[in-house]
Design a binder for this molecule. Structure first.
Ligand code: HEC
Ligand code: HEC
Length: 329
């Protein structure tokens, strides 16, 4: 995994990032954390077609999963962020996600002794937006998918996946034309393509074109990785495919016709059984992901000097098994 030179991995940084990931005080009204939308038990995504952020506001995109996001060259469906560090602050000050200003977040965290102490320890100074982004990104780099049944099959274990999934693999590599785009360890070419999803709307989203201003990027979206994809329904950038079969049906039809349809997306003429086989293969890409429990979060500052002494954070670090927190106590 590529880790930025200015944000090396460290245990105490990851533990801080995990708390921030589950921290609703990053949002304007302390109701929404990253984990509200990227739920560990829901494939680190969620099962709504699009998301509801602060004050019940609904966005237009399906939440991507955090799983293996660290292996992706681009973040977001249109690739508008390049790194996890760059991505992490976006939702905090997105008016329809967490709706908080970065200035306020820094002030709020600095006032919480448990956070001030951890930033001092991890970054050698007070709370900064840069530190918040780095800690969250470091935590996200630990959320990776382990060996799936498919990987065990590829490593020579012939019974690791069902005969249906084995036939699906052959279709994925051949008749299905999937591999030009879903290639490599993540099953993504780390690029952008137009399948026509949403392009039949009266005023379609322009996708990658909004970022690059290039006409050829119209309606193009990032090729998502496919590891643990069975856990992250619904699918596609607008959440319009409810199941993996819905996605396979879309490819079988040759996508949605539009002026910029990718030439690799053509009608496939798959039989019902071939479609089921493809789905069985996609399901075999589900590997184990670290089990994370909601960590104890540092308490708010005591209201008066005479009030109860704040309890040190990290009594439960939230990782399974819990790790000792050391000198934070
Ligand atoms: C209100 C729901 C919501 C909240 C809160 C939220 N996200 Fe997201 N997240 C989304 C949606 C929706 C997308 C896809 C947006 C897009 O691509 O335009 C996304 C995309 C991402 C991605 C990119 C995934 C990919 O496949 O490209 C990462 C990483 C991510 N979020 C991390 C975070 C972190 C870290 C936080 C907390 C600081 C957070 N999110 C808070 C809904 C949310
Ligand atoms: C031309 C490149 C290309 C080809 C060929 C292609 N894909 Fe995709 N795939 C994409 C892109 C881009 C998206 C996201 C499109 C969107 O949301 O608008 C996607 C989305 C998906 C998703 C949804 C994942 C999610 O998290 O929402 C699945 C599943 C999938 N593809 C499987 C396949 C299979 C199976 C095949 C072969 C039958 C295939 N793809 C062929 C580029 C491609």
């Amino acid at each position: 995994m590529a880790v930025p030179a200015d944000n090396p991995m460290a245990d105490d940084k990851v533990r801080l990032g995990m708390q921030l990931y589950f921290e609703p005080r990053l949002s304007a009204d302390s109701t929404i954390s990253c984990a509200t939308c990227h739920i560990p038990e829901a494939g680190w995504a969620n099962h709504n077609p699009t998301d509801t952020g602060i004050g019940g506001q609904v966005g237009g995109r399906n939440s991507g999963s955090i799983i293996d996001a660290a292996y992706m060259k681009y973040q977001f469906w249109d690739g508008r962020a390049g790194s996890l560090e760059e991505q992490a602050l976006g939702p905090i000050h997105n008016p329809i996600e967490m709706g908080e200003t970065l200035e306020n977040v820094v002030r709020k965290l600095q006032a919480i002794p448990g956070y001030a102490a951890q930033f001092e320890r991890v970054f050698g100074g007070p709370v900064t937006t840069d530190g918040i982004a780095k800690a969250i990104a470091a935590f996200e780099r630990t959320i990776v998918s382990g060996p799936s049944p498919y990987d065990r099959f590829a490593a020579g274990e012939p019974d690791a996946i069902s005969p249906a999934a084995q036939r699906g693999l052959t279709i994925f590599n051949g008749k299905g034309h999937c591999t030009p785009c879903h290639s490599g360890p993540t099953f993504s070419d780390q690029s952008f393509h137009n399948l026509g999803v949403g392009m039949d709307a009266a005023e379609p989203n322009l996708g990658r074109e909004v970022v690059t201003k290039l006409r050829r990027d119209r309606g193009r979206y990032k090729t998502p990785g496919l590891r643990n994809v069975a856990e992250t329904h619904p699918y596609l950038h607008d959440g319009t495919a409810r199941t993996l079969m819905d996605v396979v049906e879309l490819y079988d039809r040759g996508g949605v016709p539009n002026g910029n349809l990718d030439p690799l997306v053509v009608p496939l003429g798959l039989t019902r059984r071939e479609k089921l086989d493809l789905v069985a293969f996609l399901e075999a890409l589900t590997g184990p992901v670290p089990v994370v429990r909601v960590p104890a979060l540092p308490p708010d500052p005591a209201p008066t000097p005479a009030g109860p002494a704040p309890v040190a954070p990290g009594a439960d670090a939230g990782i399974d098994p819990p790790a000792p927190i050391g000198d934070l106590r």
